[in-house]
Write a protein of this length. Structure first.
Length: 259
């Protein structure tokens, strides 16, 4: 007796275009240059379109005004650079995202105010440092994060009061140590701790009365002379103890006490 499975077979959902209406029916299709369901420019399938244009990149220019956004976006990957400009104002962000990765650096400023966040992030990641400050006021924090990571250290001053904590954290980690006093009153404890870890030793007094004991602890780890002595009387026992331990461990103080 023959046995038959009672389980329904999953339908084949591979997108198929109508080859009878394709301009390549008598050329590429006939010669094996494309394949229905696998390598096809007309199917509504990103994979099939990409396989087609990877095999025939010279045809990409024919699709920069195509009605299907994904066909235009994939074509943009294969176009010669000198053919990309018409797509800078493409209505679909997926197309403009491709351009943000591919256009020459001197075109990037045309995309710095793009409505799409990912486009602007890519621009901020690629722009020459000399132009990057133009994006320091971007309304999206993630764009400003990229700016803060790449902006020359000497130009980070305008971001010390950025409304986003992550942006200010990056600034605190990168700004020249002599300028960290500008961030000594930051509202975030974690940022003030970074400031205490990096700022010039002679400036540490700015944080010696910080309202958070963990910031004062960082100060006690690095302070010297009179400031360190003052911290031995800090109201927090962790801070006062580390200050006392540091004083006791200093060879010159030990020698003086022995005398």
């Amino acid at each position: 007796m023959a046995m038959y499975s009672t389980e329904a077979q999953d339908p084949d959902l591979t997108p198929l275009a109508d080859c009878s209406r394709c301009e390549y029916r008598d050329t590429l299709l006939a010669d094996g240059g494309c394949k229905p369901g696998d390598t096809c420019i007309r199917a509504h399938s990103g994979r099939q379109i990409d396989r087609f244009l990877k095999r025939h990149p010279g045809l990409a220019g024919q699709y920069i005004t195509d009605d299907f956004w994904e066909r235009r976006a994939i074509a943009a990957r294969y176009l010669p650079t000198n053919m990309l400009r018409p797509l800078l104002n493409d209505p679909d962000e997926a197309v403009r995202r491709v351009l943000a990765y591919r256009v020459p650096l001197d075109w990037l400023l045309e995309l710095r105010q793009d409505s799409d966040r990912e486009v602007r992030v890519t621009v901020a990641d690629r722009l020459p440092e000399t132009q990057l400050e133009l994006m320091a006021d971007d309304p999206d924090y993630l764009v400003r994060v990229y700016v803060a990571k790449r902006l020359p250290k000497g130009r980070l001053f305008r971001l010390v009061a950025d409304p986003d904590t992550e942006v200010r954290r990056i600034v605190a980690e990168r700004i020249p140590s002599v300028s960290l006093g500008l961030m000594a009153e930051d509202k975030e404890t974690n940022i003030r701790r970074i400031v205490a870890q990096r700022m010039e030793i002679e400036d540490l007094a700015l944080l010696s009365r910080d309202p958070d004991w963990t910031v004062r602890y960082e100060v006690a780890l690095r302070a010297e002379d009179d400031l360190l002595t003052r911290l031995t009387e800090d109201p927090d026992p962790e801070v006062s103890e580390i200050a006392k331990e540091r004083i006791a461990s200093q060879p010159e103080r030990q020698t003086s006490n022995e005398r």
